[in-house]
Design a protein around this ligand. Structure first.
Ligand SMILES: [Zn+2]
Length: 181
């Protein structure tokens, strides 16, 4: 039973919560100083109220320009890897309160190390968008997936509602304020 009668109906083609939440993770990834891989994560509760965001970067207080962004070197500490906090862990650590029972959206499938953080934080569902570009991560991601599932965390791959999402991206890129000189 409608609450009132009107000739104008609500907009039916608005973004789904899933697309909205993954889009926020993608936008957040663009804060990453990493020249090769930008990952974003977004945490919300089961009512889709936002709890936290995170992206891959160096710890707070460390100048991102002070580390080497190399991926390979004789000494591991001449690469970026020992200094980077992954997006998922940052999102968990950036939350003001508990993320117990929450959903985590992430633009790249979590590695095994982040899987442990996700489990320990009590996250109940992980929604990921794509696989890592580099094969060196495949094993870690596979093991991470296994850990999450064994620990009872729901895991699924995100699928865009395509025509609607493309429309949304066009709305963003063609926004008049972006075209102002
Ligand atoms: Zn990770």
């Amino acid at each position: 039973m409608p609450l009132s009668f009107s000739k104008t109906h609500m907009r039916m083609n608005r973004l789904s919560w899933d697309d909205h939440n993954m889009l926020l993770a993608l936008v957040t990834s663009q804060r990453s100083p990493d020249p090769s891989t930008q990952v974003g994560a977004y945490i919300c509760d089961t009512m889709n109220r936002n709890l936290s965001t995170g992206y891959n970067s160096v710890p707070r207080g460390i100048d991102p320009e002070s580390i080497s962004w190399e991926r390979q070197a004789e000494d591991e500490f001449d690469t970026k890897y020992p200094f980077i906090v992954h997006a998922e862990r940052n999102a968990v650590l950036n939350a003001y309160g508990s993320v117990h029972g929450a959903k985590l959206y992430v633009t790249i499938r979590p590695c095994h190390d982040c899987a442990k953080t996700i489990i320990q934080a009590g996250i109940s569902e992980v929604i990921w968008l794509g696989d890592p570009k580099l094969d060196v991560w495949s094993r870690s991601v596979e093991e991470g997936d296994k850990l999450l599932r064994v620990a009872g965390v729901k895991v699924r791959r995100h699928e865009w509602e395509k025509p609607r999402m493309i429309e949304c991206l066009e709305f963003l890129t063609q926004h008049p304020t972006l075209r102002e000189q």
